[in-house]
Design a protein around this ligand. Structure first.
Ligand SMILES: NC(=O)c1ccc[n+]([C@@H]2O[C@H](COP(=O)([O-])OP(=O)(O)OC[C@H]3O[C@@H](n4cnc5c(N)ncnc54)[C@H](O)[C@@H]3O)[C@@H](O)[C@H]2O)c1
Ligand SMILES: O=c1ccn([C@@H]2O[C@H](COP(=O)(O)OP(=O)(O)O[C@H]3O[C@H](CO)[C@@H](O)[C@H](O)[C@H]3O)[C@@H](O)[C@H]2O)c(=O)[nH]1
Length: 453
């Protein structure tokens, strides 16, 4: 099928590459000409496992351009994957979606039929709004094309984006038109039936079951996305709340969640206590859901508490530092990990950034390290504000405390006796509970995890 993907960020690029791999003819569009220039040179503007390898492999099926008008004409399916950031009031800003939709409609050809697939996470009712914007554009430009709008929320996780594209837990389609549902079923057929050979570096997981195709109305489809993210954020905040109590009573949250997660009704994933959730989705989507509820004069007390608990985790870390060091002014604090989670270069709403900002207001000196996210962080914090260290052992020099803010695999394998020797005070705050408490304490370091004894 001829597919155009509008937006080549984390979602758009992954979608374009995976659909091209599955044999579709794909054009990726982005407003950002720098991104397009990189992609045309087979370089990925984002860090995602395997994306550059696949980008090269599928180039015969995949083209990139910044010219929407020329790209959409002969497409059967146009997938929208542009950003939907938060407005100051927390609601989702759909201006990029609306602009993209207008540009797409201007490229429609007389006599053609198009399916517009909304993959961006959009506020409830956007499907209908998009329908209206396209109709208005076609009237204004006197274009006689037929079109359908469908919702198809994306559930990929950064760092494993391609993996989730090939092996999703489910595919959701929100549409009330049978012919649209059938076309989209065809688009995703290789995934639904797992008839493709996956790339060698993304093997099919053992025991992977065929993903269900969930067909529903567009409004429910849009809500599924927000509700799923809000629920996952709730799981994490709940565990963080219990972790606080564990500390008071002398229980270990790692042990507690091991026991809780064994119950299939609870499930082990997303029970990792720590610094809390960040990233480009949970913070913005939980805010957007609350803003939506406000519109209806409806309250979401659970979600409100979930967000408050998440914010509290940042202050817990500050309190831990104050407990050990008293005054933070003039202290040197090292941060291991800047990305909002491991295996990504994404620093959008990264908890590490929140902690750094809090410490800067307290006049602490900050040294930071991250295996790949320092490039992005330099656009947010200058080297006058924080010292960027390429080597974690160099970072440790003269530190009064180190905080592990992202559980990169590399931090599990550091020589902590060397880290300790370099530090002024051997205080280690493992804000992701990723190290062996006993091992670190045996080295004579002061270890603090989240909810650990
Ligand atoms: N990042 C994730 O893990 C993830 C997962 C599921 C859903 N989502 C949702 O998917 C959407 C995209 O997220 P993302 O992280 O990929 O965003 P992103 O910021 O990485 O990418 C968006 C891209 O769209 C481009 N763009 C904006 N307007 C455009 C236009 N008119 N024409 C062409 N290109 C345009 C931007 O230049 C940018 O490259 C959001 O709604 C997000 O909530 C994201
Ligand atoms: O047990 C856990 C699991 C995650 N996190 C944190 O939660 C955040 C989000 O993690 P993750 O869900 O792995 O990352 P995302 O790539 O943001 O993916 C989420 O957001 C996407 C965008 O909507 C959805 O598509 C995915 O399904 C959803 O998992 C990160 O800060 C993690 O550190 C925890 O603190 N504890």
């Amino acid at each position: 099928m001829k597919v155009t993907v509008v937006g080549t960020g984390y979602v758009g690029l992954t979608t374009a590459v995976s659909l091209a791999y599955l044999g579709h003819n794909v054009i990726g569009i982005d407003k950002d000409e720098q991104k397009i220039a990189m992609l045309l040179e087979e370089k990925s503007p984002i860090h995602e496992t395997g994306i550059e390898v696949l980008l090269k492999e599928v180039r015969h099926n995949l083209y990139f351009t910044s010219n929407t008008l020329e790209a959409v004409g002969l497409s059967d399916i146009i997938i929208i994957a542009v950003g939907t950031p938060s407005r100051p009031d927390g609601s989702a800003d759909t201006q990029f979606v609306e602009n993209a939709v207008r540009e797409i409609a201007e490229g429609f050809l007389d006599g053609h039929t198009y399916i517009i697939v909304m993959k961006s996470t959009v506020p409830i009712g956007t499907n209908r709004r998009v329908q209206y914007v396209i109709e208005a554009t076609l009237r204004e430009k006197d274009i006689k094309a037929e079109f359908f709008v469908a919702s198809n929320p994306e559930f990929l996780r950064e760092g494993m984006a391609l993996w989730y594209s090939f092996f999703p837990d489910r595919i959701v389609i929100g549409s009330e038109h049978n012919e649209v549902i059938e076309k989209l079923r065809l688009l995703f057929k290789p995934i639904l039936e797992q008839t493709f050979s996956p790339p060698a570096f993304i093997p099919r997981p053992q025991g992977y079951q065929l993903p269900p195709l969930i067909i529903t109305d567009p409004t429910s489809s849009e809500m599924i996305k927000y509700a799923a993210n809000a629920f996952l954020a709730t799981k994490i905040s709940f565990v963080n709340e219990i972790a606080g109590l564990c500390e008071k009573v002398g229980a270990d949250i790692v042990e507690v969640t091991r026991g809780m997660g064994a119950d299939p009704r609870i499930g082990a994933p997303f029970l990792q206590a720590g610094l809390g959730w960040g990233g480009s989705c949970f913070p913005k989507d939980t805010k957007a859901l609350q803003a939506l509820a406000n519109e209806y004069d409806y309250s979401l007390p659970i979600l409100k508490a979930v967000c408050e608990i998440n914010q509290r985790q940042i202050y817990l870390i500050i309190e831990m530092l104050q407990k050990h060091l008293k005054v933070l002014r003039g202290r040197t604090i090292g941060i291991f990990g800047l990305a909002f989670k491991p295996n990504t270069d994404d620093i959008r709403d990264a908890p590490a950034l929140e902690i750094i900002k809090e410490l800067l207001t307290r006049d602490a000196t900050i040294k930071v390290h991250d295996p790949i996210a320092m490039v992005n962080m330099r656009n947010v914090l200058s080297s006058n504000q924080v010292e960027y260290c390429e080597d974690p052992y160099v970072l440790a020099n003269q530190c009064d405390a180190i905080i592990i803010a992202t559980e990169w695999e590399a931090y599990r394998h550091l020589d902590y006796s060397r880290v300790k020797t370099n530090m002024r005070n051997p205080i280690l705050i493992d804000a992701r509970n990723c190290l062996d408490v006993h091992e670190i304490r045996r080295l004579g370091m002061i270890y603090n995890g989240i909810g650990r004894v």
